[in-house]
Ligand binder design. Structure first.
Ligand SMILES: Cc1cc2nc3c(=O)[nH]c(=O)nc-3n(C[C@H](O)[C@H](O)[C@H](O)COP(=O)(O)O)c2cc1C
Length: 170
């Protein structure tokens, strides 16, 4: 993998995140977990390049992010979409995602884990964390639509993170 300046990334992140999906991975090479995400954003805040991720507290991955305040976002070519489907359905609480065939862990110089198969990776350090709150929704429709599906489920944690490194696989 080759390190690049995030400003040089030519991809359309709206498409990448919402329709191609990404893996959020957290932990180190001895113990990590990852999950599929299609919500998030890339931009700028406080003079830094940032990534925002929305992770429900009941996700196993959330425990790793909360403990380390670090995560990576990994993007793949379309042939890996089936894998993203599995990682978005199954929880690492029920099977060891580190042993998933077809994903090879790669440790970045910061110690964070991504995957050899990824074509683009953002290494992220959390700057700010908060929880979405039901009484702050101006859009009742979204609250009803997205938070009635998992009874007992919580609203998402919001992680605003600095992009401390960007890597591409050529
Ligand atoms: C396409 C897709 C997108 C998803 N996006 C998110 C997301 O942005 N945030 C979230 O908390 N869960 C999201 N999920 C659900 C998690 O990926 C799923 O609950 C996963 O099994 C959690 O794994 P874990 O318990 O090992 O962390 C998504 C699932 C799919 C299939």
């Amino acid at each position: 993998m080759k390190e690049i300046n995030p400003i040089e990334i030519k991809d359309n992140f709206i498409k990448l995140i919402s329709s191609d999906w990404m893996l959020i991975a957290a932990g180190d090479e001895t113990k990590y977990n990852m999950m599929t995400a299609s919500w998030g954003g890339i931009g700028e805040l406080w003079g830094k390049h940032v990534a925002t991720a929305y992770v429900r507290p009941e996700r196993y991955t959330d425990q790793f992010i909360a403990a380390t305040h670090r995560f990576t976002l990994s993007f793949f070519t379309s042939d890996m979409k089936k894998m993203l489907g599995v990682m978005g359905k199954e929880s690492g609480r029920n099977f060891d995602k580190m042993k998933f065939e077809g994903l090879t862990a790669k440790t970045l110089p910061t110690g964070q884990v991504t995957f050899e198969e990824a074509r683009l990776v953002l290494d992220c350090k959390v700057l700010y964390v908060d929880e979405l709150q039901a009484d702050k929704f101006l859009d009742e429709e979204s609250l009803a639509k997205w938070y009635n599906d998992e009874p007992g489920g919580s609203l998402h944690n919001i992680y605003i993170a600095e992009i401390v490194g960007a890597w591409i696989n050529e």
